[in-house]
Design a protein around this ligand. Structure first.
Ligand code: AMP
Length: 271
C-alpha cells in the first residue's frame, strides 16, 4: 500500500482515502464519488476494526460481504482497495492506543467506552499507511468525524478531513451496514429516528430554541414507537458534542440493533 502511495505521490498525484468497515452501500459510494471528484487516485480501506467494538457488541456478527464489496468497488472504479488482516494491523505485542480527549468523551464516547480510542488508533494507522491528501467521512457518524478532525490537527497528519452528507432511504432511514440486522417490523420502527429529527427541524424552523423543548420533540416521537428504546437524544454543539447547540443527535435501540443518526436543526431535512 505504502509503495503505491509513494509512487503516486512521486508522480504528483493526489490520494483520497475512504475508510470503511465493508458491507458497502450507497452511503459509502457517495464518499467514494466525492473522493474521486477531488483527487487523482481513490483508495478505499475495508477493515472491521476489532478494537473499536466493546465486549458484547457485534464484532463477530458484523456483516462481511467481500464479494458484494468487490463488485461495488469495481463498478465505482476505485484505484486501490486496502484490506489489512487483523494480524497485520495489530501484530503480537502491539499496544499503542490513540486517545482523543474532549470531543470523544460524551454521547458515543460515554455509551461505548473505548470505541473512539479504537477508531482514532485505526484511522491514525490508515493515514500512516496510505498518506492521503484527503480523507472522507460521513456526517452519519458526526461525532466520529469530529474526533478524526481533532486527531488529524493534534497529531499533525497532513490530511484534509472531508465530511459528506448522510445518504438516506426514501423513508428517511440513514443507510447503515447495521440496517441488515433489522426484521421487517424493526425496519418499519426504525423510521422513528429520521422522523424525530424531521419534527425537531420543523420545531426549530417554527422558532423553538429551548433545548428542553427540542429534546421533548425528539423523545416524544421516539417514545411513541414501541420497539424503540432511546439511549440518548440531545441537541449539542457540532464541535464539542455538548449542549447547547443545534445538532440533534440520537442513539436508539430497535430490538437488539443500535442505530445512530443526527441532523443540524437549522438545515432543511431532506425528502
Ligand atoms: P462504516 O463502514 O459504517 O464504518 O462507515 C464508513 C464511512 O461511511 C464512515 O465515514 C461513515 O460515516 C460513512 N457512512 C456510513 N453510512 C453513511 C450514510 N448513510 N451516508 C453517508 N456516509 C455514511
Amino acid at each position: 500500500m505504502t509503495a503505491a502511495s509513494r509512487r503516486w505521490r512521486a508522480q504528483g498525484l493526489t490520494i483520497g482515502l475512504v475508510p470503511t468497515m465493508g458491507a458497502l452501500h450507497a452511503g459509502h459510494l457517495s464518499l467514494i464519488e466525492s473522493a474521486r471528484s477531488e483527487n487523482s487516485k481513490v483508495v478505499v480501506s475495508i477493515f472491521v476494526n476489532p478494537i473499536q467494538f466493546g465486549p458484547g457488541e457485534d464484532f463477530g456478527r458484523y456483516p462481511r460481504e467481500p464479494a458484494h464489496d468487490a463488485e461495488l468497488l469495481r463498478a465505482a472504479g476505485v484505484d486501490a482497495v486496502y484490506r489489512p488482516s487483523v494480524e497485520a494491523m495489530y501484530p503480537p505485542g502491539s499496544s499503542t492506543r490513540v486517545h482523543v480527549a474532549g470531543v470523544a468523551d460524551p454521547l458515543e464516547g460515554a455509551a461505548r467506552p473505548g470505541h473512539f480510542e479504537g477508531v482514532a488508533t485505526v484511522v491514525s494507522k490508515l493515514f500512516s499507511a496510505v498518506e492521503p491528501e484527503r480523507a472522507y467521512f460521513g456526517q452519519k457518524d458526526a461525532q466520529q468525524a469530529a474526533v478524526v478532525k481533532r486527531l488529524a490537527r493534534d497529531l499533525d497528519f497532513p490530511v484534509e478531513i472531508r465530511v459528506c452528507p448522510t445518504v438516506r432511504e426514501a423513508d428517511g432511514l440513514a443507510l447503515s451496514s447495521r440496517n441488515a440486522y433489522l426484521s421487517p417490523d424493526e425496519r418499519r420502527a426504525s423510521v422513528s429516528l429520521s422522523s424525530a429529527l424531521r419534527l425537531a427541524v420543523e420545531a426549530y424552523a417554527a422558532g423553538e430554541r429551548r433545548p428542553d423543548e427540542l429534546r421533548k420533540v425528539l423523545c416524544g416521537r421516539l417514545e411513541a414507537e414501541p420497539l424503540a428504546r432511546v439511549e440518548y437524544a440531545e441537541v449539542v454543539d457540532p464541535e464539542t458534542f455538548t449542549p447547547p447547540g443545534t445538532l440533534a443527535v440520537l442513539a436508539v435501540r430497535i430490538g437488539k440493533t443500535r442505530l445512530i443518526d443526527n441532523h443540524e436543526l437549522s438545515k432543511v431535512f431532506p425528502g
